[in-house]
Design a protein around this ligand. Structure first.
Ligand code: NAD
Ligand code: IPM
Ligand code: MN
Length: 368
């Protein structure tokens, strides 16, 4: 039987809640799909600062490299004044998240946004606008203004630098065009080329990669301000959106409104040897410890891990199907339902098929 080693970085506040829910579902799913997982919890985030002196301690840096995939919850403290937010930049939780992404070399952050058939009523948009939304944000994750130098918070001057190298734009453009070939064949590149030189460079490189390697894919361009508006006005117009690190961060939270809650959006960060799978949302200190966290984003991230990281697409389908069924019955409160985290998780487990008929290369014959 194939054993998969999963490094588990639960994080802070609701991070451990959504991760525990996901591990419970995976423990129920894997034997039915002929899979065996070894979960290795590793310290990460604010708790790691308190107990190990850094948000991404050495033990975690080494541990993730031993794994086949990394499953992460979310890390960080309350927005506003908090000891973790008063640390020097390099020691802050968010720097640990950025360091982890660079450490794994996962430059391509895939954030799918789908309004599932029959679940349009969960969207705050009119059902006729939300219906059929199925887009993929491909966010550049290891470059741009998040990492550019110089960077400085001085007494009289603040500086961040937005910089992209040609190879960074070329490889993320390829990720987007390749994804589009497996979807509806359309890429929208989002930038601010009317104002920023770095964005004009981005656009020129994307155009070059398209012309040279992907003429079969349709490419168009939007300025980021207009893109934000169009995503809400007519989300079905989008197939694949490719954009820089900061724009992708903002647009993906905005797009979370389409299915109804930030709690439902998953992500996969790829491009290195080991993938990183984490929900789009943060640690939500405002709802932590109250059985209010929606584990859907983490569950669907685990499905992306099964599909992209572990070669187990049938198990991924089974997990996604069970999440959809539980959402249709009665979702969590952020989506207007009545269930808490525990009851929703139990409903997902109950909706799993008794056996996953699998030809998955990542699995052996399903256990009886
Ligand atoms: P947040 O995503 O934590 O919360 C925003 C809002 O969405 C809150 O009202 C919260 O209650 C709600 N929400 C988020 N996830 C939810 C879920 N699963 N179920 C139900 N409701 C949910 O964003 P924030 O408040 O801006 O940030 C809080 C902390 O999280 C900060 O320290 C931030 O840096 C960090 N953060 C971490 C990650 C990560 O670990 N990848 C991502 C984003 C933010
Ligand atoms: C996300 C988060 C992170 C980001 C922060 C917490 C570093 O907002 O994953 O979307 O900006 O990438
Ligand atoms: Mn974000």
């Amino acid at each position: 039987m194939t054993r998969h080693r999963i490094a588990v970085l639960a994080g802070d506040f609701i991070g451990p809640e959504v991760v525990d829910a996901t591990l419970e579902v995976l423990e129920a799913l894997t034997p039915r799909a002929g899979l065996t997982f070894d979960f290795t919890p590793l310290p990460f985030g604010g708790h790691a600062i308190d107990h190990h002196g850094a948000p991404l301690p050495e033990v975690t840096k080494a541990g993730v490299l031993e794994a086949d995939a990394v499953l992460m919850g979310s890390a960080g403290g309350p927005v506003g004044d908090h000891p973790w937010n008063r640390l020097p930049r390099a020691l802050r939780v968010e720097s640990g998240i950025l360091d982890l992404r660079r450490h794994l070399g996962v430059y391509a952050n895939l954030r799918p946004v789908a309004v599932f058939a029959g679940l349009e009523h969960l969207s705050p948009l009119k059902p006729e606008i939300a219906r059929g939304t199925d887009l993929l944000i491909v966010r550049e994750l290891t470059g741009g203004i998040y990492f550019g130098k110089p960077s400085q918070n001085g007494p009289d001057r603040g500086v961040s630098t937005d910089v992209y190298e040609r190879y960074e734009v070329e490889r993320i453009a390829r990720s987007a065009f390749e994804a589009a070939r497996l979807r509806r064949g359309r890429v929208t590149s989002v930038d601010k080329a009317n104002v920023l030189d770095v964005s004009q460079f981005w656009r020129d490189v994307v155009v070059g990669v398209h012309a040279a390697e992907f003429p079969d894919v349709t490419l168009d361009h939007l300025y980021v301000d207009n893109a934000a508006m169009q995503l809400v006005r007519d989300p079905r117009a989008f197939d694949v959106v490719v954009t820089a690190n900061l724009f992708g961060d903002i647009l993906s939270d905005l797009a979370a409104v389409l299915p109804g809650s930030l709690g439902v959006l998953p992500s996969a960060s790829l491009g290195g040897r080991i993938g990183l799978y984490e929900p789009v949302h943060g640690s939500a200190p405002d709802i932590a410890g109250r059985d209010l966290a929606n584990p859907t984003g983490t569950l669907l991230s685990a499905a992306m891990m099964l599909r992209f990281g572990l070669g187990a697409p049938a198990a991924a389908d089974a997990l996604e199907g069970a999440v959809r069924a539980a959402l249709a019955e009665d979702p969590t409160r952020d989506l207007g339902g009545t269930r808490g985290t525990a009851a929703f998780t139990a409903a997902v487990v109950a909706a799993l098929p008794a056996r996953v008929a699998t030809g998955d290369p990542g699995a052996t014959a399903a256990a009886d």
